[in-house]
Design a protein around this ligand. Structure first.
Ligand code: CS2
Ligand code: MG
Length: 407
């Protein structure tokens, strides 16, 4: 089963995506997702100019060995660019293996633990009233778990601070300078609003609705400690990235002063960045992104390690990774014993025209079907009809003291 070709496809279908396609000499084609929001072209250059040469001629069935050859063999290992490129290759290889074995990924990795996977969706409101209405709409669609975000208004300056949510994650297309990308942010106003709005949601909807809030690393350690303590009695499913997730030494302090569960991981690119957090149980949910963590192979290891230390998996599932990556998550979610929850996105129809999905949403749960491999069928004719890639930039956030924050 020799690899005879590796191709990349960079295109825009409501937003930008980068796919990796690998073909073998026995006619099997595998697809992987290598989209890295805001830096897609760099990943493409890496796959086309470096990884392709290494892959053509090798045996596609040896996934573990190929993965290590690229990861360790690069010497300058890790980082989001390398690990997203490697993820694209890894997913395509698992897709090939499943198609060869005529088995869905979920069966290759141990079989179904559950028939359907519980998911959460996003709700956003410009104020508390609007948010309450959004929650009602999502509940009517069957969602029992919601990640909520809102805009905050500083009543002194009348400035409005927006939190990241699905509609704005694509970032800015035109840019004149770094300054023009900067949004302002006052974390004191936000922290107070977070407590007030969460309380309102609990009063409106009671205690059983699963509530998740993503701080996106925008709080200082002391503010995060205070917020997590205040939120204790409101029983979140988890708070995500309460502090900058690249400075995780502070998590232990949050942990020691509150029982609010913590989820973290979308910025991690390897097990080395989360091994200690898992083994010391400083987190409750590991939220790695399959496309930025090197793919299925290392994600299975991270899930197994988490299982050993009683940490649950809650894979990152934003619209800025393609349905190929989402399908891979649903396969893993369906098979592991320590599944927690999955972030869900309903893609636009134009995305569904290119990617024929192997999964269906129903009443708060997703079921992956038995199509071999990852199961996503790519309509290459539709893909060719898609818009051209458009370079975009994520916003930059500046706090009131002018320091640069996580966006
Ligand atoms: C967010 C993401 O889904 C999440 O948890 O943190 O939407 C994140 O902002 C984007 O993936 C950035 O590209
Ligand atoms: Mg997040």
């Amino acid at each position: 089963m020799k690899i005879i070709n590796v191709e990349t496809y960079l295109f825009r279908s409501s937003r930008n995506y980068l796919l990796v396609k690998i073909e073998t000499d026995d006619g099997i084609v595998g697809w992987g997702d290598a989209t890295l929001n805001g830096r897609e072209m760099v990943v493409q250059i890496l796959v086309d100019n470096y990884l392709k040469d290494l892959l053509v001629g090798t045996d596609a069935s040896k996934i573990n060995e190929i993965w290590q050859m690229i990861y360790v063999g690069t010497y300058w290992r890790g980082g989001p660019i390398m690990m997203t490129a490697l993820a694209g290759v890894d997913m395509a290889l698992w897709d090939i293996k499943g198609k060869y074995a005529e088995m869905p990924l979920v069966d290759l990795i141990g079989g179904r633990f559950r028939e359907k996977v519980e998911v959460y969706s996003h709700v956003h409101g410009r104020n508390a009233d609007e948010l309450v209405e959004s929650v009602k709409r999502k509940k009517a669609e069957g969602f029992q778990n919601l990640r909520y975000s809102f805009d905050s208004r500083d009543h002194h300056s009348d400035m409005i601070f927006t939190q990241p949510h699905q509609d704005i994650v694509q970032g800015h297309f035109e840019k004149s300078s770094i300054e023009s990308l900067a949004d302002f942010w006052d974390s004191r106003v936000y922290a107070q609003d977070l407590i007030r709005i969460t309380d309102r949601l609990r009063k409106e909807f009671g205690m059983t609705l699963g509530l998740i809030h993503d701080v996106h690393g925008r709080l200082s350690l002391s503010a995060a400690k205070e917020v997590c303590r205040e939120l204790e009695k409101m029983h979140l499913m988890f708070i995500e990235d309460p502090i900058d997730s690249k400075k995780t030494n502070g998590l232990e302090e949050i942990r020691n002063t509150s029982t609010t569960p913590i989820g973290i991981g979308e910025l991690f690119n390897s097990i080395d960045e989360c091994r200690a957090l898992i083994s010391k149980h400083h987190i409750d949910y590991l939220r790695i992104d399959i496309s930025h963590f090197g793919g299925i192979t290392p994600s299975l290891r991270a899930a197994a390690l988490s299982d050993v230390f009683d940490v649950k998996m809650a894979f990152h599932g934003p619209s800025d990774i393609s349905p190929v990556a989402h399908a891979a998550c649903y396969h893993i979610d369906s098979s592991i014993s320590n599944f927690g929850i999955q972030e869900y996105v309903d893609f636009e129809q134009e995305v569904k025209d290119v990617f024929k999905m192997p999964y269906t949403y129903d009443n708060g749960f997703v079921t992956i079907n038995n199509t071999p491999g990852l199961g996503v069928e790519i309509d290459e004719n539709q893909l060719m009809e898609c818009d051209e890639y458009m370079k975009s930039y994520l916003p930059i956030l500046r706090d009131m003291m002018s320091a640069i924050h996580n966006w």
